[in-house]
Design a protein around this ligand. Structure first.
Ligand SMILES: [Zn+2]
Length: 334
C-alpha cells in the first residue's frame, strides 16, 4: 500500500474595496488553482460581504477538489488579507474606510462558517510576504514591500520575519511624511508619501500641470479632453510615447518614492525593496530616476546592499501572500 503523504491545500482571500479575489494553493506553494473574483459589494454591509467571501471560497474548494481529486479534508485552512488597521490576535478589522467597517470579526465569521482554521493579516503585509515567498523578494532577509495603487501599502520583513510592530501598524510606508507642509492626506496628516505618489495623486499632479501651464501635451487627447477621467495609467502611456509633461510627472513620482525608500533604507537596511502595483507599468522611466534618488539620499552601504525591483506577481501577490501568512500564523513557517 502506498503511504504517500496526501497533498494539502490552503485557500487565500484578498479582500479589497472593489473586488474579492480567492484562490487555492498547494501548501508547499508549488501549485495554484481556481482563482476567482467577484465585486466586494461593500454597500451591502459587513455580514453580507462575509457571506460573499464564504460563497466564493466554497466555489474555489469545489473547483480545487475537482481539479486535483483532493478531498475536502485536504484543505487545511484559509488565509485572509484585508485592509487594515487590524487586530490580528482577535481577528478583527478595526477600521476599513473603503468598506465602512468598524471592529468586524472577519476571521471568526469565515472560520465558523467553513469549519476551517483561518488567519487575518493586513493586505499590504500579505502582498509583501507573497513577493518574498514566490516573487521578486525571494531569498531576502530584510525586505521592504510597497504596493502602489489607490493608496500606498507597505510591509516589512526584518531578520527573516514579517514585522507587525506593537499593535499591527508596522509598515505603513505610505503615511510617512516627505513634506512637512505638504498635501493633505486621507489619513489626516499633511505631506504623506501617499498624497504624492499613489495612483490618484499621480493623476491629480498631472491635471494640475495641464491646468496651470499652457504646455503642449498628449494627455488631454488620450482622455478626449476630459481631464477628470485622467488616471495614472494615462500618464504612463503618454510618458512611453515621449510626452514631456507625462515624463516630468513620472520623474517627480520617482523622486518622491525614492525619498520615501531612502528614509526606510537608512532604518531597515533592507537587501530587497519590491515596488509593486500599477506604477510598475512606467518601467525604467520610473525605476532609473527612483534608484538615482535613493543613491543621492541614503547611506552608501545601505544603497550598495539593496536591490530595488518591480513586483513579479501582478494581480496574484495578495492571494499568494494570504496563503503565506496563513502558513506563518498557523503553521509557524513558510
Ligand atoms: Zn497619510
Amino acid at each position: 500500500m502506498g503511504t504517500k503523504k496526501r497533498q494539502q491545500f490552503i485557500i487565500g482571500v484578498d479582500l479589497g474595496g472593489t473586488n474579492i479575489v480567492v484562490g487555492a494553493m498547494s501548501a508547499d506553494g508549488s501549485r495554484s488553482f481556481a482563482a476567482r473574483s467577484i465585486p466586494t459589494g461593500a454597500e451591502l454591509g459587513a455580514e453580507n460581504v462575509a457571506d460573499r467571501i464564504v460563497g466564493l471560497i466554497e466555489e474555489v474548494i469545489v473547483d480545487t477538489v475537482a481539479e486535483t481529486r483532493a478531498q475536502r479534508s485536504d484543505i487545511i485552512g484559509v488565509g485572509i488579507g484585508a485592509p487594515g488597521p487590524l487586530d490580528r490576535e482577535r481577528g478583527l478589522v478595526i477600521v476599513a474606510p473603503n468598506l465602512g467597517w468598524r471592529n468586524f470579526p472577519l476571521r471568526d465569521r469565515i472560520a465558523e462558517r467553513l469549519d476551517l482554521p483561518a488567519t487575518l493579516d493586513n493586505d499590504a503585509n500579505c502582498a509583501t510576504v507573497g513577493e518574498w515567498w514566490q516573487g521578486a523578494a525571494r531569498g531576502g532577509t530584510n525586505v521592504i514591500g510597497m504596493t502602489i495603487g489607490t493608496g500606498i501599502g507597505g510591509g516589512l520583513i526584518v531578520d527573516g520575519k514579517l514585522f507587525h510592530g506593537s499593535s499591527d501598524v508596522a509598515g505603513e510606508i505610505g503615511h510617512t511624511t516627505i513634506d512637512l507642509n505638504g498635501r493633505h492626506c486621507k489619513c489626516g496628516n499633511y505631506g504623506c508619501l501617499e498624497a504624492y505618489a499613489s495612483g490618484p495623486a499621480i493623476a491629480t499632479r498631472a491635471r494640475e500641470v495641464l491646468v496651470r501651464e499652457e504646455t503642449a501635451s498628449l494627455l488631454p487627447s488620450l482622455v478626449d479632453g476630459k481631464l477628470e477621467t485622467l488616471t495614472a495609467e494615462t500618464v504612463y502611456k503618454a510618458a512611453q510615447q515621449g510626452d514631456a509633461v507625462a515624463n516630468e510627472i513620472v520623474r517627480d513620482t520617482a523622486r518622491y518614492l525614492g525619498a520615501g525608500i531612502a528614509n526606510l533604507l537608512n532604518i531597515i537596511n533592507a537587501d530587497v525593496v519590491v515596488v509593486a502595483g500599477g506604477v510598475t507599468l512606467a518601467g525604467d522611466a520610473l525605476f532609473t530616476p527612483l534608484r538615482a534618488e535613493v543613491r543621492r539620499r541614503a547611506f552608501r552601504p545601505a544603497v550598495d546592499a539593496t536591490r530595488i525591483v518591480p513586483g513579479e506577481l501582478p494581480g496574484t501577490a495578495g492571494v499568494v501572500g494570504a496563503v503565506a501568512t496563513f502558513k506563518l500564523q498557523h503553521l509557524g513557517t513558510l
